[in-house]
Design a protein around this ligand. Structure first.
Ligand code: FES
Length: 203
């Protein structure tokens, strides 16, 4: 091979090497930009997935002090948990006895719908302690808030309970729905536990 040919071959090899280096650099740079872009595009979603302090607080457990609640009363003012009103009623012995008596006027007296209460509330009073009932105060028909009926008895059950003024649904003192009313289910029992004799933690 002549000197000229050798020089040309050498120049071509140099140019090819330079082209490969530039291509490598461009691929690396493009990948880096794409990665940054992908993180940037996903950032609003990542932020969305991360619960805010406000959202965490809204879902946090709520403590309820029942030390001043007397037999026959419902706790007032009503406490909210996860945006839902929580009814806490203190039943006297005659109310407890009536819950264990005739249940023929009720749609689901044995709490067979598992979605309406935790396992510990599958009993005649639908609560951990017979005297203290804890219920979500939202009618299972269309979501109105029932009123506590303390001094009158429903003819179907012979006891008071909760009356929904929107379409006339009735629930007994354990939140069990009366048969034949628009509401299809018993009132919901939230998850809760007793932190002490007089403090209930909801959630
Ligand atoms: S919302 Fe309660 S009866 Fe309709």
């Amino acid at each position: 091979m002549s000197d000229g040919a050798v020089e040309n071959a050498s120049n071509e090899a140099g140019e090819e090497s330079g082209t490969n280096s530039r291509r490598y650099f461009l691929i690396q740079a493009t990948s880096a930009v794409a990665a940054v872009g992908a993180v940037g595009a996903a950032w609003p979603f990542i932020k969305y997935w991360t619960p805010s302090a406000k959202a965490k607080a809204a879902g946090a457990p709520v403590k309820i002090d029942v030390s001043k609640l007397a037999p026959g009363e419902m706790l007032s003012p009503i406490v909210a948990w996860r945006g839902k009103p929580i009814f806490v009623v203190y039943r006297d012995q005659s109310a407890i006895d009536s819950l264990e008596g005739d249940t023929s006027g009720l749609a689901d007296p044995d709490s067979k719908n598992p979605e309406q209460q935790p396992e510990f509330a599958v009993n005649p009073w639908r609560s951990e302690r017979p005297e203290l009932g804890v219920y979500v105060g939202i009618c299972t028909h269309l979501g109105c808030s029932p009123k506590y009926v303390e001094t009158e008895n429903f003819e179907e059950t012979g006891q008071g309970g909760f009356f929904c003024p929107c379409h006339g649904s009735k629930f007994d003192l354990a939140g069990r729905v009366v048969a034949g009313v628009p509401a299809p289910y018993n009132l919901e029992v939230p998850p809760y536990r007793f932190e002490s004799d007089t403090v209930i933690v909801i959630g």
